[in-house]
Design a binder for this molecule. Sequence first.
Ligand code: NAD
Length: 481
Amino acid sequence: MLTLTQHLIDNQWVPSQSPHTQSLYSPVTGALQAELTRGSVADVDHAVHAAAAAFPVWSALSAAQRGQYLDAIATELASRAEILIADSVRFSGKLISEAQLDVEDAIACFRYYAELANTLDAQQGQVRDIQSPGFEARCYRRPLGVVAMITPWNFPLVTAAWKIAPALAAGCTIVWKPSELTPLPEQYLAACAIAAGLPNGVLNMVHGDGINVGAPLCAHPLVNKISFTGSNAVGEQVMRAAAQGTRPVSLELGGKSPIIVMEDSDIDNACDWVWSGIFTNSGQMCSATSRLLVHQRIAPALYAALKLRAKEFIAGDPAEARTSLAPLISATQQKTVQAFQQHAKQDGLVDLLESVPITLPASGYFVRPSIFLNVPSDHDLWQKEIFGPVLCVQEFSDTADAITLANQQQFGLAATVISGNAQQAHSIAQQLVSGVTWINSHQFVPAAGSWGGYGRSGIGRELGPWGLEAYQGISHIYSPT
Ligand code: NAD
């Protein structure tokens, strides 16, 4: 059995100052597979001081120099991709094909910010027209300082890359608390950064849970910025912590995203996109399109296609290429999702997949996928993030009604529109309150785009130039001409 009791602080793997550990179980078998240190306030303090000490030198490098480190990290990640993928599958239980994408997207993110960093030096001190004759204004962007980063388990590498790469490019130093459920892939990512030659103290990592590591990290007075991805419940606690000392905070939180299937859609394509929108990563995606709005005239054909597709489900070991249904991350998550399904059945909702024979392994945290039809808009199933393979459906006959229904949510992270008419699809997409909308496609997230949502989906944007700006302050220097 694996024991993980070391943190990465000042480029050293140091033993935890806490004797406490937490047991980690295999999502596939439910068997104990690792013991992870819980970390402590003392470990957090040690790491934050290392990051603070590294900041002056790291931030004084040119952005182009920092970009070279990012490029080197990408190269290290690529050279260790096999290990990263294997660890990701082992701890998160995700399908190997999805773990591959997680690694590829993380590498692409480091490469993107390496390239962007090359453009930053030329922008520093640019003269701006401030419409004030007799005065010159030069604009500078400065790194915010030490950043506390807290990440979840569902895409353990890419969610980290989306924070680490822009923060480093901006000139910030980092203390990162990865998810306590998937510590090993993250540890390898950190090891790749060190192998790439990152100077001492620039990236530090403290393992542990939210109470013993996450909360003290967010509360630490030397932290200048908090970047969090996770649930709304914890996001609110993080925001409260950020209020102490008035620190800026970025929050990437939950979603309950709609997918609208118009009457003129190609059924096979619609089936593919509806399918992958909810069953990728066993539905454990913030951007899962978990509310299907389908035109009533096309609904029967789509249901038939989805039912047929469900017969192909192969639940089992996610490390095997033939497996198409992976387990959930934990027993807790399994129980939560099953409770939603139970609740739906008690309320008389019909599961389209009820009669489809899907064999689940006897052990592990597998959940039978469900597609509940005619779910009322005020039902919990329609309103709450489930984070599992559960799709809710409503039919519509009027496009305006579909848009209204799609927008009736507390979140606003993602959406998909499927239609044979590109102009119509664009018109609908523009009316959706959503950070990202896909037309006739599935969950495409390029590093040069933006990521983040409206409402309770959080605060700020990751990726693209906006992801970088989240780690920068703006300064103007005015002088008489
Ligand atoms: P979570 O909120 O339970 O945990 C996220 C991280 O916060 C973990 O590292 C955890 O240890 C830490 N944490 C817990 N309590 C803390 C505290 N008091 N202070 C500081 N840190 C604390 O979320 P999860 O179960 O790991 O992830 C699932 C959630 O993440 C879902 O709601 C999903 O929608 C969201 N998510 C959002 C995005 C996005 O980009 N919007 C991406 C991935 C996941």
